[in-house]
Write a protein that binds this ligand. Sequence first.
Ligand SMILES: Cc1cc2nc3c(=O)[nH]c(=O)nc-3n(C[C@H](O)[C@H](O)[C@H](O)COP(=O)(O)O)c2cc1C
Length: 365
Amino acid sequence: MNRTTAHYAGITHGRDQSPAAPLMTLTYRSRATSPLSETQLGDLQHTAAARNRAEGITGMVIYSDNRFFQWLEGPPASIARIWSSISRDPRHADIEALSVHAAPTRLFAKWSLKLTTGQGDPLIEEVTASTVSSTNAGAERLAALAIAAEPTEARRLLTAAYTEFRSISALTELLIEPAARCLGDLWAADDCGEYDVTLGLCRLQTFLREVAAESVQQRVEHPLVVLVAPLPGEIHMLGATLDAEALWQAGHDTRVRFPSTEQALERIVATNWFDAIDLSLSPAFSRQHRIDRMRHIVDSVRRASKNPALVVIAGGRAFNDRIASSADVHADASCTSAAHLCEDIARARGSRQHEQAGVGIPRAL
Ligand SMILES: Cc1cc2nc3c(=O)[nH]c(=O)nc-3n(C[C@H](O)[C@H](O)[C@H](O)COP(=O)(O)O)c2cc1C
């Protein structure tokens, strides 16, 4: 099946290359018309990366078992031009666009075109193959390894994936967050206990901290002071850890706290100035029964906050699965991946300022 045209319909060919132009992400998979040698792959990557650089495009292409999976991100007009070339390229067929959507951020900012074959490491081969075939197998594998008696292979998988992708955001969104949800699914199917889920999440958190140890903090002109905290009572801290890592890497003044009660959290926001607070529920369980409590806590945090215009972001699996929305918990926005948190905060602050300027409808809390 070739769905390229349908998915492509929303993209125009204008030449808007301004830095403020919105970002778009396009993913597709395809089948090589004949096997590509290492040299042919190298040539493809070399010419493609040069054109991507000129077009302001970044991304990754995986070649495994004669199949391609590609992730492209950049200004919509550039994506349209490149996509038009790619979809006419005789080196592959059965091109199936998987997603085209506005993207708040780049996952592969450092790569004009990262080429991955995963060859040489069976674990990475499995992860790349699962990405190519658009299955969740890589995340499922990581989840299973994270609750094994010995977590050595889970650590090795994450380290190898980081070596391959060199992007904590990509690792987070493509592997760690889906693996956390897989742990929740294993529990829901009675394939593991609650203790295993908590253990698995802790291990993912530890291994992420290990690979992120060498990350460098970016510089931003006006860093925000952001409080990152699991919702009081939430024992799963992986979401907060991923969020804190993303904010820190982006150059923000990130304070991580683990208040055990609502009152402790109120004291923190009453005695310190924060531009934003990121409150998270479990990344593995939907925590439907905690939604009312989260709304109650968000209201009390706003009342106690030293900053009357505090921006509140809510995260956790409940928001990925659309069990709850930001409005349900009186937050300014919900965040479905740490990889997009900085943009979610920026957007929420933008709408807040817009409201305060009297343009929008004031919040009625
Ligand atoms: C799997 C695959 C991925 C490709 N990825 C890109 C890419 O990211 N950027 C790019 O400029 N060309 C890419 N190409 C090459 C284009 O299809 C095309 O050959 C090249 O951009 C030249 O464009 P033109 O034939 O319209 O002159 C890719 C080709 C294949 C087979």
